[in-house]
Design a protein around this ligand. Structure first.
Ligand code: HSE
Length: 427
């Protein structure tokens, strides 16, 4: 008997005709990747670019500068949006969804800024918007959060979500490069945003955390609603201290449940110990750790920036559209999604070139205090609301770095912390 006679048949897949917006690092990457994947049966019909005069590696007839040529073309059933202007991207994605076209985008800034509206547009026009490439590039996290962790057991998602800053920190720590040279390399390698301030000041990581919050916990929150900063304030003295203590400094995004109905969310530099999974994540690699009740921990690691790693995620979204895949946003749609809270404590290290810059009255508890010319630091516990409401720790010459397991939920600290809040006039 041959089992082959009973072999199941592959479901009929849709033929996809793509309209591509953008032919930069990722757009060109996708073009190459698609040409190496003929079995996908997805072809690019037209590419819309901003500057017609720029020299390109493929013939001119593939390009247009008229967005409507793609948006009004009935034969194009998928719009792939890979431009870096978030406002222009929003208009393109909105117009495409309104026309009932499926959309694939890697524009985290645009998605984080318009999450709720984009969800609504998908719903009323019955068109899918997929964006696996917008969060940690090649790491398949969004679909995993949607499908595998499709229950309320997740307690935390945390990790390194920006490739450029991780590349810069690696080069500073391991190769002794200056910040400026390391950033230049990240730009030359196509990891950084066109405006690298988005990377180094933490905005890009915050946009990604915003997307993760929606898919992990069903909570839609703009970056302005949580605590975040980048790596620009990390000083040589901080790096030296970390080395002395066998620690690394990483920019870590965290979304962590603090009770059944509340989540702590923040993106801040953090000291990680050598044996910590995140310590071994170097260069443009990203990594995410999920924590859940029964499965315990999962660790995902992959390239988080660059042409092909991002194009791979975009390609995977395109492939998913052949079978009409769409995000269901079940966690967002269910009742009682957890709220963001700033009523929790963080254990932080703060250093300053001038001791006066450290507002020690804000601390609920000070554990260590180091005082030396041009190098003063404190390790202590502080209420997150106080960090969110005050900017003393963001002034030049001051850096804030989280300690290991920074979220503190200790009643004793809460009582002491309340006093600080009263003194600061917050409550
Ligand atoms: N600039 C981003 C990064 C690109 O460095 O992570 C990938 O999203």
């Amino acid at each position: 008997m041959s089992l082959n006679n009973n072999k199941p048949v592959l479901p009929q897949s849709k033929k996809l005709t793509l309209g591509l917006f953008g032919f930069g690092v990722v757009g060109k990457g996708l073009y190459d990747v698609l040409h190496s994947t003929p079995a996908l049966q997805a072809s690019i019909k037209k590419i819309c670019i901003r500057n017609a005069d720029k020299k390109r590696v493929i013939p001119q007839e593939h390009f247009t500068t008229d967005a409507n040529e793609l948006l009004h073309d009935e034969s194009i059933n998928v719009i792939v949006e890979l431009i870096d202007d978030a406002d222009a991207a929003y208009n393109i994605v909105k117009a495409a969804l309104q026309k009932g076209k499926a959309v694939v985008s890697a524009n985290k800034k645009m998605i984080a800024a318009h999450f709720e509206e984009l969800l609504h547009l998908q719903h009323i026009h019955g068109a899918a918007l997929l964006y696996e490439g917008a969060c940690c590039a090649s790491i398949p996290i969004i679909r995993n959060l949607e499908e595998y962790y499709d229950n309320d057991l997740l307690s935390a998602v945390k990790g390194i979500v920006n490739g450029s800053t991780n590349y810069i920190l690696t080069k500073i720590f391991d190769d002794g490069l200056s910040f400026k040279d390391a950033l230049l390399q990240a730009q030359q390698l196509g990891f950084a945003e066109s405006n690298p301030a988005l990377d180094i000041e933490g905005h890009d990581a915050a946009n990604k955390l915003s997307i993760l919050l929606a898919h992990a916990f069903g909570r839609i929150a703009a970056p302005s609603e949580f605590l975040y900063t980048g790596i620009t304030s990390i000083k040589k003295t901080d790096a030296d201290l970390a080395k002395q203590k066998n620690l690394k400094i990483k920019l870590v995004a965290t979304a962590q449940k603090i009770n059944d109905s509340q989540i702590a969310a923040f993106v801040l530099p953090q000291f990680v110990e050598e044996q910590d999974e995140l310590a071994g994540v170097s260069n443009e690699f990203n990594a995410l750790i999920t924590e859940s009740s029964f499965a315990d921990k999962h660790f995902f690691k992959g390239k988080g920036a660059g042409a092909y790693p991002t194009a791979a995620a975009v390609l995977s979204d395109i492939a998913a559209l052949r079978y009409n895949y769409k995000y269901e946003y079940k966690k967002y749609l269910q009742e009682n999604t957890p709220e963001l809270s700033n009523d929790y404590y963080l254990k932080i290290f703060v250093s300053a070139d001038d001791i006066e810059k450290i507002d020690k009255d804000q601390f609920a508890w000070i554990e260590e205090w180091h005082n030396e010319k041009n190098n003063n630091w404190v390790v202590g516990i502080i209420q997150s609301a106080l960090l969110q409401q005050n900017n003393w720790w963001k002034q030049p010459g001051v850096s804030l770095i989280l300690t290991k397991n920074p979220v503190v939920q200790n009643v004793e600290y809460r009582e002491i912390g309340k006093k600080s809040l009263e003194l600061a006039g917050v409550i």
